[in-house]
Design a protein around this ligand. Sequence first.
Ligand code: GDP
Length: 363
Amino acid sequence: MEHPENSEIYKGLTVNKGIEQPSSVNPYLSLRKKPRRRQYSVGEYVEGIVKGDITILSQAVTLVESLKPEHQAVAQEVIEKCLPYSGNSVRIGISGVPGAGKSTSIDVFGLHVLERGGRLAVLAIDPSSERSKGSILGDKTRMEKLSVHPDAFIRPSPAGGSLGGVARKTRETIILCEAAGFDKIFVETVGVGQSETAVHSMVDFFLLIQLAGTGDELQGIKRGIMEMADGIIINKADGNNIEKAKLAASHFRNALHLFPAPESGWTPEVLTYSGFYNIGVKEIWDMVYRYLNFVKANGYFEYRRNEQAKYWMYETINEHLRDSFYHNPEISDLLAMEEQQVLAGRTTSFAAAKKLLDAYFRK
Ligand code: GDP
């Protein structure tokens, strides 16, 4: 018997014949083609970006980040056409070691600056993305409030390539964002070394997030990074950490006196705040705007932007030359051979380099 429960011996219990259940997967699904992402023309990209269309902006940024030459060609044209619409923004670099409170702070800073209106793009440069093939910097999930704000655009660090390459893509993305009407740009980076130089070369104000605590905070941070900072802010000045944060601030102030006066004529300020409890945030942005007024008045703002434009021209040339050299198949074979020769002591580094360069330029 199919259902023993239906036997006479079980009173008051019957089991109905089951019915056929529909498949839990939509049977028509496989028939439906996945819509291919539409490829826009250069003109359509530019028009969409200038209108402030975020979807088109995101797709254009994807092209900028792409390693495919055909994508790069379109991206470069789009960037060039967007250039006349760019430049009208305040670009802020934000750096700090992991755990310093960058995401927490950017979330709060972002909301603060958006209160005054405008649109904010949060971009990132993370050199470790080269190894991990992805970056968490600038990741939406780390900025809870900003990520759902209609006037914020958050984009993680481009992955892959050299630090110079990653940084160049972020710089190009700034141009696209500005053309799309983003008048505030944050560029986030981890405070561990060279990436600061890259960020410094594309922002108007460089903000360094520090923590108080161990007492040896000054040893831990590289002199070069401190010299780049236009403002140093000590985070987590809350609870029983307030006094320690104030002490750290005075250490930083003293240390800054030892550096040569910055070219801008601005004296970098040191402030304490709490990103988590939103204490002292207004004061930070008052400082940033005070700086901007100062450098716009003395001409340094324009000067720095021009210097940056020049820097990126040379950086781009260097990067392309390097790529063209190392990606040349003939050279890469020869390179491996010459390296062996050098390691075996059969030739010198200089002779090997010259031979490779000669081979490259003879082509
Ligand atoms: P990031 O790695 O630099 O992005 O740092 P996060 O923003 O993720 O912050 C690291 C940790 O510090 C998190 O657990 C935060 O909750 C905490 N944090 C961030 N800002 C503050 C602050 O102002 N005060 C305190 N007490 N904790 C904070």
